[in-house]
Design a protein around this ligand. Sequence first.
Ligand SMILES: Nc1ncnc2c1ncn2[C@@H]1O[C@H](COP(=O)(O)OP(=O)(O)O)[C@@H](O)[C@H]1O
Ligand SMILES: Cc1cn([C@H]2C[C@H](O)[C@@H](COP(=O)(O)O)O2)c(=O)[nH]c1=O
Ligand SMILES: [Zn+2]
Length: 279
Amino acid sequence: MRSICAMRSLLAASAASTFLRSSASLLRPPLFALPFRPQLSSTRLGEARPVSAAAAKSRGGGAGCSEMEDCSAHSGEIHVIVGPMFAGKTTALLRRVQAEADTGRTLALIKSDKDNRYGLDSVVTHDGTKMACWALPDLSSFQDKLGAEAYNKVDVIGIDEAQFFDDLRDFCCKAADRDGKIVVVAGLDGDYKRNKFGSVLDIIPLADSVTKLTARCELCGRRAFFTLRKTGDTKTELIGGADVYMPVCRQHYLDGQIVIEATRIVLDLERSTVTSDLK
Ligand SMILES: Nc1ncnc2c1ncn2[C@@H]1O[C@H](COP(=O)(O)OP(=O)(O)O)[C@@H](O)[C@H]1O
Ligand SMILES: Cc1cn([C@H]2C[C@H](O)[C@@H](COP(=O)(O)O)O2)c(=O)[nH]c1=O
Ligand SMILES: [Zn+2]
């Protein structure tokens, strides 16, 4: 316990004591700098907890880390939000990280650079709410992009489109367990075939909380648990919105699969007929 505490004190000591706002211009807009409130504050994610090691240092608490008390104060959190497309995952993610930011914590938001639907500079919900972000090819590049000093000052990391990050588990582990960050992750638990998508399910055992959201079935208005792909495309990763996908209930997912399969058979038949006619 003592050595962990000492390491954390070292980590905290390496963080600059000035608050992020003073160096924000070096960090680009995606790293949100909000007014620093040093006291414990009750968050919407759970009970009152202090800020991370770096922020604790900036309020003078890190270097004076005393035994059990401050070690536990540095422990991170992982919150996972899953569900089909259009369930409100991104909306919930933005609300949760904003709530954390409102308590004075420093926020960084990440999305996959594979999702270029609305450009790469922000996370955007299906109904247009947006927040500036880092669009990255992988999560391991986050710390390098930010720089060690800025990374140390981040308290809350939001990750959208988590299904596209293969290194999700490793990143969440390090960010929460080692670095004391609050990590809020939003992503698809399943793909259009209802198979697990990327590494999202792999972080469930690491999580403090897991929220599975539902959408409205586009065909009957009941709760939608699944995402139906409307095209015959079979690759797992296919970026798109309502043009390609719709949220559906169990019954309409099964019906939809039958229709899509039947369409595929008809098209294949037509294609082979045309080919044999040409011979
Ligand atoms: N079938 C749909 N097509 C387009 N927009 C939808 C549809 N169903 C719901 N929405 C809108 O999408 C919002 C949720 O968007 P978002 O948070 O981006 O969801 P998710 O991240 O789960 O895909 C809903 O509040 C609603 O306004
Ligand atoms: C089901 C499914 C989805 N995708 C893609 C489509 C979108 O670009 C994202 C999901 O975005 P959202 O914020 O959850 O609406 O994932 C995919 O590549 N493969 C799939 O099977
Ligand atoms: Zn339905």
